[in-house]
Design a binder for this molecule. Structure first.
Ligand SMILES: Nc1nc2c(c(=O)[nH]1)N[C@H]1C(S)=C(S)[C@@H](COP(=O)(O)O)O[C@H]1N2
Ligand SMILES: [Mo]
Length: 251
């Protein structure tokens, strides 16, 4: 049997612990609030809060150091391909397109512009790929694409000097949608300039007449309705980077 004194002591201990526990909780929550406040008072870099942007850039450096042309994205077989390919993102696809006048414009180092017809692109070696296309919004689908490897394209058109620069910029003919991609990812063997989906010409909403397929990146970088390619040492403008996303969007 406990004495009245012992009961009193136990109650005192419980009260003390409750007080300490609550104080710690309040301190922790206050620190969270203060931290949140400090973070939100930070300036922004391309719409992302600077500390968050810095974290993204730091991750880029780490993942960039792992990047290798020998590391391939998983490939699938025709049975795995989805029956209906969903479409997503229509920036740069809304203006009418004059199919017969369409050319792929490549800006050379000396300022000249190469204007390539679809026929010229289709005369280059063709590569097909079936892979799991991943969108940053959280969905993915196994899809089948055909076209010319970007690295084969560079070789065939003698663009080695251009492609020696750090970045490639791609944009739609109306320049409404544009992406910038590091050279290594562009020269990866699974990166294609595609004119076919499921063995047929691309449907308009999937990027007719030509699009980028770059399995080492999220969907945002797979620019549809490609009109212009540039090369540069500096990062080219990038539509979603300007709106707060990571520049690399690597996988
Ligand atoms: N021109 C253009 N290309 C684009 C986009 C866009 O809005 N405009 N959206 C991108 C995004 S976010 C995704 S997920 C893929 C979707 O490709 P799909 O429509 O062929 O499935 O296209 C990418 N390419
Ligand atoms: Mo996307």
């Amino acid at each position: 049997m406990k004495t009245q004194k012992e009961y009193y002591l136990t109650n005192k201990k419980i009260r003390l612990r409750t007080v300490i526990g609550f104080s710690l909780l309040i301190t922790f929550l206050s620190l969270c609030l203060i931290g949140w406040g400090i973070l939100h008072d930070q300036p922004r870099d391309n719409r992302a809060l600077v500390p968050i942007r810095k974290t993204l850039e730091y991750n880029s450096v780490i993942f960039g150091s792992f990047f290798s042309n020998n590391r391939l994205s998983a490939e699938y077989s025709k049975e795995d391909v989805v029956p209906f390919v969903r479409t997503n993102g229509k920036y740069g696809l809304r203006s009418p397109l004059d199919t017969s006048a369409w050319r792929l414009h490549v800006i050379r180092k000396n300022g000249d512009t190469l204007s390539l017809s679809m026929q010229a692109l289709q005369s280059l070696p063709k590569t097909e790929i079936i892979f799991d296309f991943k969108c940053i919004e959280g969905w993915s689908q196994v899809t089948h694409w055909g076209g010319v490897r970007f690295s084969d394209f560079v070789q065939a058109l003698h663009l080695e000097a251009e492609a020696g620069q750090k970045y490639v910029g791609l944009s739609t003919p109306d320049n409404e949608y544009y992406v910038g991609i590091d050279r290594k990812s562009m020269m990866h063997p699974q990166t294609l300039l595609c004119y076919e989906m499921n063995g047929k010409a691309l449907p308009p909403n999937n990027g007719f007449p030509l699009r980028l397929i770059i399995p080492v990146k999220y969907g945002v970088k797979h620019l549809k309705r490609l009109g212009r390619i540039t090369f540069s040492e500096e990062r080219p403008p990038d539509y979603w980077h300007e709106r707060g996303y990571d520049y690399d969007c690597g996988l």
